[in-house]
Design a protein around this ligand. Sequence first.
Ligand code: SAH
Length: 360
Amino acid sequence: MVNNQSLTDIKSMTLPELTAFMLSIGEKAFRAKQLYQWIHVKLAASFDEMTNLSGDLRQKLKETCFLTVLVPEEENISKLDGTRKYLFALADNNMIESVWMEYQHGNSVCISTQVGCRMGCRFCASTIGGVVRNLTAAEMLDQVYRMQQITGKRVSNVVLMGSGEPLDNYDNVVRFLELITDENGLNLSGRNITLSTCGIVERIYDLAKLKFPITLALSLHASNQETRKKLMPIAYKYPLEQVLKACDDYYEATGRRLSYEFSLVAGVNDSSETAKELANLLRGRHCHVNLIPVNPVKERDFVGTTHSNAVSFQKMLEKYGINATIRREMGRDINGACGQLRRSYLEKKQVPIQEGDPQH
Ligand code: SAH
């Protein structure tokens, strides 16, 4: 948690770690609690706001630590449903995107876990330039904190479904989960958190062992291994059968019903035969299928299924006893699929899109 200028990333620290740190710089333990509250409850954006800490201590903190605060570079607000899309600048000038959605049951935010992604899913804009780097726990937290500060409203649900593969940034994501659910911090219930993964099998087993009560969403997108390989290169590494077994283990360990994400691509995975095959594949599993007509990405030639076809697909699944919903499209007027805001920004600014290391 020390960056290249040897400054300590205090927003990524748990309270016990922060306490040890404060003791190491000659401060009393209760100061750690005050500092932690400024960071994680009052969502302070600078040390200067921390008025119950002495000027000397604030100075000492400025010299030894940094406080991750994201800067909103662009904000797009939907006129249709209040959805907001943010492009946030990180301290090293990388850009990430986050989304704010308002539902009847509360406010939900969708956050990024990496700058870019290396999973290579064929229909996804986030992966086109590969991965640039992992986000720190603080950078994930601050997406939530900044959106709360900007809107003045409380977040009730967090979904890790923005750019990046959360289980490819496992340690930082676990730290993020610990911090955001900490009763001394934002104190979000694990039940209100969803982590979406393309299916990195070992990490699903690891996550299950931690027994966080969070929902695991698996990006399935296919009813058999052959089709999945065409859409998601990760399927070459982890065959469908292994992924589903890991998901079953997750259910057994946590008691949390799985969510299976299914993006419908016209002519590829949207036929009634696919719906039947999918129902067979998931039969007997405690799960829910989330259907979403694939969002067009200009660099790709995939076309989303029609709404009426999505409805028939859903009905077919239900006929075979599988719970399914069509995801409500939010913010239709403010930019499409995830990863597109960052890409259009990079293109506009003519920033060379850094090629990461696509894994496959
Ligand atoms: N890497 C994680 C989380 C980020 S992607 C994962 O794979 O689950 C979040 C979800 O959006 C995934 O289900 C992903 O497959 C889906 N997705 C990506 N691009 C999409 C597009 N153009 N249209 C519809 N869904 C898309």
